[in-house]
Design a protein around this ligand. Structure first.
Ligand SMILES: NC(=O)c1ccc[n+]([C@@H]2O[C@H](COP(=O)([O-])OP(=O)(O)OC[C@H]3O[C@@H](n4cnc5c(N)ncnc54)[C@H](O)[C@@H]3O)[C@@H](O)[C@H]2O)c1
Length: 262
């Protein structure tokens, strides 16, 4: 049977680790040709090597998504090598957590810069290439914090709410050109470096409880009774990027085990 994303040229930002890395291999397994982007060169090289061994590496890009010049240059290089792109997954994102009255302005701005402006810049140049061919798919990795405020995470939630406004507006701008724009809003991915290396420890300290208790506290909020996994998100991303979702645009799809329903 033919693979569902066979030979689709796919840029994935923030592909050096975490969900972006998982999306890269998941899309490669479905036949896509991956152009992984990241600012972390060491991780990027590791991911590119694995994609190469799967024979699914397009071109790796050591790109800072907040730098318009770097993004436009890399898009040009990809266009000249592959003739255009089929799919952009805007996944790169950052999070710093502070109570609102203690939030440092520079870190607030940085979150908006990467999570919202970075998404805009990548989508702008991807859409220019897609318009020329009259087709394409843009997918943003958003968050359940794009639908509901998040404790100590004002900047992150603001950036993700903004991402949904941007997704819907671009869906309107680009629909006449055959380009679909959607977002995915995952729940808490316990297997990610974000949780493993930082959030579990932070919350355990803040509430003076064990990491196991932190896990229980978060899972209790999920009707399906387990955390979100990379695979849960990858499955929905493959569907949204494929022709099976041809009639879907401007949507922000929750992948939260029922935790968020709007
Ligand atoms: N981990 C979760 O529980 C969770 C839940 C919901 C949504 N998300 C979203 O999923 C996405 C990926 O999250 P993750 O947990 O895998 O994060 P992560 O920190 O593990 O990975 C993010 C990657 O983005 C890269 N990056 C950061 N700034 C960049 C920039 N300016 N240019 C290019 N690359 C840059 C980093 O180097 C890193 O490799 C984010 O948008 C995040 O908001 C994560």
């Amino acid at each position: 049977m033919e693979k569902i994303l066979k030979d689709k040229i796919t840029i994935i930002t923030g592909a050096g680790r975490g969900l972006g890395e998982a999306l890269s291999y998941g899309f490669a397994e479905e036949g896509a040709i991956i152009c992984p982007w990241d600012i972390d060169e060491e991780n990027l090289t590791r991911v590119a090597a694995r994609l190469e061994s799967m024979k699914r590496l397009g071109k790796k890009g050591n790109v800072d998504i907040t730098d318009e010049k770097q993004v436009s240059k890399e898009m040009e290089l990809i266009e000249s090598e592959f003739g255009g792109i089929d799919i952009l997954i805007a996944n790169a994102g950052i999070l710093y957590s502070y109570e609102i009255t203690e939030f440092p302005e520079d870190q607030w701005r940085k979150i908006i810069e990467v999570n919202l402006t970075g998404y805009f810049i990548c989508a702008k140049y991807a859409a220019r290439l897609m318009k020329k061919r009259g087709k394409g798919v843009i997918l943003q990795i958003n968050s359940k914090s794009g639908k509901k405020g998040s404790y100590w995470n004002s900047a992150y939630a603001a950036s993700k709410f903004g991402g949904i406004g941007l997704t819907q507006s671009m869906a309107l701008d680009l629909a006449p050109f055959g380009i679909r724009v959607n977002a995915i809003c995952p729940g808490n991915i316990f297997e990610s470096p974000l949780w493993q290396e930082s959030l579990f420890q932070q919350y355990a300290k803040k509430w003076n409880i064990s990491i196991e208790e932190v896990k229980r506290k978060y899972v209790e909020q999920v009707p399906l009774g387990r955390p979100c996994t990379y695979r849960d998100v990858v499955n929905v991303a493959i569907f949204l990027a494929s022709e099976r979702a041809d009639y879907m645009t401007g949507q922000a799809i929750n992948v939260t085990g029922g935790q968020e329903m709007r």
